[in-house]
Design a protein around this ligand. Sequence first.
Ligand SMILES: Cc1cc2nc3c(=O)[nH]c(=O)nc-3n(C[C@H](O)[C@H](O)[C@H](O)COP(=O)(O)O)c2cc1C
Length: 477
Amino acid sequence: MSNFPTIIQAGMGAGVSSWRLAQAVSKLGQLGVVSGTALDSILARRLQDGDPGGHMSRGLEHFPIPEIAERIWRTYYSPGGKAERAPYKSLPSHSKDTPFELQELCVAANFVEVFLAREGHDNPVGINYLEKIQLPHLPSIYGAMLAGVGYVLMGAGVPLKIPGVLDRFTNHEPASYLLQVTGAEEGDDRTMVFTPKELMGRDLPPLVRPKFLAIIASNTLATTMLKKADGLVDGFVIEGWTAGGHNAPPRGKLQLDEAGEAIYGERDIVDLGKIRALGVPFWLAGGFGRPEKLAEALAAGAAGVQVGTAFAFCAESGLRTDYKQALLAKALAGEARVFTDTVASPTSFPFKVAQLEGTLSEHEVCSDRPRICDLGYLREAYRTPMGTIDYRCSAEPVTIHVSKGGKAENTVGRKCLCNALMANIGHPQARNGKLVENGMVTSGNDLTRISRFLQPGASAYTAADVVADLMRSVFPR
Ligand SMILES: Cc1cc2nc3c(=O)[nH]c(=O)nc-3n(C[C@H](O)[C@H](O)[C@H](O)COP(=O)(O)O)c2cc1C
């Protein structure tokens, strides 16, 4: 087990665990993980912002097929950056048969993020995906593998077929993935296929198969993964419900407390004894960003911990500086508050939202925003009456959603996470020169504790501060 990291810096989408954060953590000898969510949009927007620092350009220069890199550069790069109130270009949408140009962008964007995170050291870097966001899976994973990603971590679903995809891409063989389609009937063609050679146009040397860690919240899922996955599952991250981002829904009937938050109980606690008995390494996540919690995890037989919130607010994370500082100030003043919203996310999974003025955590900010769905990562595929596949999101305009056979009641309280998360990392869409999208920050309940990383008088802390603090339990001074 000694080859495994003690600390996994969690994948945090979109763009919060950027290449910069993952690089900082991996350089320290722990596992830095980039978020693989929406990297195509993020690369396109970084280029339209003029590629400050030239990092995207450097990454693209190393992409093995220069013609693809040049096409992307020509399409999106805006010297000096777009005007602040000018809109970003819209990308084509992902679909079962994603357009070629978007596949290229997806492969290159995942490549660039991992390439940059790996620069300047020889330690492994991981990438995190949400199983629910299925449409970009194949080109994304292939792009990350081209850049030599060491770990693929995936949660928010049952990723039984990902290990097999990793095996196939190791030799640049075509891989397929079955799309979940609501209302699908037997005989419907739901298979997404990605053929590396078609896109790359030439033979490339074999790749290294990354390790695969499934992020789970139940014993049943751990057992299912080991029994039914179509390839090797190298370990598990076991995530509790205090973790940032999306949480697994509570087992049984959803019950809310007085404040409207989901109530979790005994049945949601993972039995670590049973996990240990499976004989694969595991990491504990959700409120484990403290030395005493790391010690507790190690004592329970874990290889270590996965930590998100403590890293989300450090200097190297991709989160906007104004949001970081405002939430750090709240934490310092003892006023930080996180709400487990059971309806905000179009995925219908509970989603943790840090309460912050000027963001979609406020009712008024939400109601001022017209419902627009133009990024579409969280759309659900469904079967149309004609037997074709179309896509809908419960945060899109209600009439459109209903016209696609969606239920009006499913749209209530839904928020456009896609646009909010892009705004969180400094790439808000601007519309008509007037409306600029606001963000909505997700954080674990550990938000209340982040101010302890600040030295007296300091207004920021680094990834190294977090790692040093956590490792105190392993190497006490
Ligand atoms: C800002 C933020 C974004 C997150 N985004 C993702 C994500 O895209 N995919 C994922 O699997 N988990 C995501 N998570 C959960 C983390 O990967 C991790 O498991 C969790 O943060 C651990 O708990 P902690 O926040 O108490 O440290 C996110 C967490 C945070 C704080």
